[in-house]
Design a protein around this ligand. Sequence first.
Ligand code: SP5
Ligand code: ZN
Length: 343
Amino acid sequence: MKIVYTPTHAAHGVKSEFDGVRPIPAYEVPLRAENVRTECEARKLGVFERPRDFGLGPIARVHDEAFMGFLRNAFQRFQAKHGRDVVEAFPSSWPARRLRQIPGQDIDGVMGYYCFDTATPILDGTWAAALDAVNCTLTAAGHVADAGDTAFALCRPPGHHAAQDLYGGYCFFNNAAIAAQWLTDRGRRVAILDVDYHHGNGTQEIFYRRSDVLTVSIHADPAWAYPHFLGYADEAGEGAGEGFNLNLPLPFGTDWQVYEQALGVALARVDAFGPDVVIVALGLDTYAEDPIAKFRLYKDDYFKLGARLARLKRPVLFTMEGGYNLEALGIVTANALEGFLNR
Ligand code: SP5
Ligand code: ZN
């Protein structure tokens, strides 16, 4: 297996987020990727390599150009308005229901227009890190496409909450969706299976009206969990995309026994779609002791998760998404990959 990694992710060294109650230490931190790297190296799970540079072209196939331009300059604009001492830029107001969906010219309006939460600050290094997360994912996608092999994009920031012109949930560019589009443009049939604890709202939205890319997500019921406003079971796709999105929301306390059944349904749908490549949005925040999530999967369950994915007998591209228990993240990620590789 190829593992694509670059230390530039650390340029997005988030310090804080706002959880609606108070500013708190950030969960989505560089140590996450470093712990995963350390564990994958220790277990010799694959051959590490650095990403190639794909430029902005593949990103523009998925994301809005004005959104990309905004992300590139947002931090500088925010600092210019709010002061050079500011190190993390947050939105403070949003075009909610009955307000006009217009960014305007003021950076505070523009931030609220493109962002949907208070947990995803933009830093000086965010743009560089987000670009390289895409490069890692596309480099890994290249291996999967060329060799029909397995590859792991060991990258951050994560991607699955980011839509065409929307960021949030610690995500800026949708790494998995960009890879899916890139592979589709090269004639591959792609399914995305999202096993992060949170619904992959960005990925769903990007492909919602399309039948050429299947999107399946297993996640906590949005009636009770972030991202709150998308991810219900009745969201099946629209127009030509009807029947090509599958949401499997699960209750708090979901353990392996319950999870496995949903996984079976998800995998049957993926298999019926007949993809050349399966992109697994590998979030590990389903772990029982994740600090922001409420499922009950344990470390050994991730071997079983990987083994079930292997039974697809299809080339898989793993992209790193959530997972916030720093002690366990390396172990559970490596368990999932090892379970897959020892098929
Ligand atoms: C990629 C990914 O996993 N993004 C998740 C973003 C979730 N952010 C907000 C979660 C709010 C949960 N609040 C729980 C507080 C526990 N002290
Ligand atoms: Zn998550």
